[in-house]
Design a protein around this ligand. Sequence first.
Ligand code: C2E
Ligand code: MG
Ligand code: MG
Ligand code: MG
Length: 284
Amino acid sequence: EAKASGRGRYMFFREEMDAGVRHRREIEADLRDALDAGDQLRIEYQPLYAAQSGQIIGAEALLRWQHPVRGMMSPATFVPIAEACGLINGIGTWVLERACADAVRLRLPSISVNVSAVQLRDEELAEEILGILKRTRLEPSRLEIEITETSFIESASACQATLVRLRAAGVRIALDDFGTGYSSFSHLRNFEVDRIKIDQSFVNGIDMRRGGSAIIRAIVDLAKASGMQITAEGVETDEQRDFLADAGCTSLQGYLLSRPLSPAAIAALLYRNPAIELRRAAMQ
Ligand code: C2E
Ligand code: MG
Ligand code: MG
Ligand code: MG
């Protein structure tokens, strides 16, 4: 009888199981297959432009998943699931290795890779990244890792050693989605980072009839005073670009300048970029 009621309860939970949970389990299983299949995951590269010269200074690696049935899935949907089920470590390693190899192959001046809070908690992460740099022969100074402000704050003490080790080797650290976490300003003073990326919600909020954006001006001034680079994300209009460049952002990223591109497309874009051509000529 106990067995029967246990089973009954099980059936009850199964039937009542939230559609969200079922969806998650499905995605999780499909993601495991995707890692094995090898041809569903790929990376697009979105260029970062120097705000003053307009030169391409590097690119951000953005993960793409072509799901066999659901079609293109956003990382905003599947990365949190991969984080929850532990798959993010394998996926993150794959992204790092591929992005570093592509940076060398495509001669990207610099490559930015998003690293999840879950990856940061892995004590082996720094050694793993340094191993990838050796294998791919990418100079450490050409790699930047992007950590969201929230994950940085939450795991600050746990990941401190990792970040110190990476920075000592020359790898740069960027705080992504800056301004969306709490106590943003106090954390700018306490931690050593090389760049902040102003979240696109602030860029969206720029209103030239109200003098642009006081918060962006304040963020830029403080970051500048701390010797940091400042990238604005999600730049979509000429007006936003002009305000951000004028406010002192050092680099800009957004659909106005370029969408995320396939490896072949960013290689072609770099090849056409005269500023990058000059740099190459000078290096020879
Ligand atoms: P993020 O790192 O803040 O990346 C910026 C996101 O804004 C990207 O979305 C990019 O395609 C999008 N974007 C760029 N310019 C514009 C614009 O002008 N307008 C608008 N509306 N959007 C723009 P995406 O590629 O969908 O990635 C979403 C998030 O997923 C990323 O936000 C990042 O947090 C995460 N992610 C992407 N790839 C990886 C990865 O390899 N590992 C990890 N852990 N997370 C990743
Ligand atoms: Mg990012
Ligand atoms: Mg961001
Ligand atoms: Mg984001």
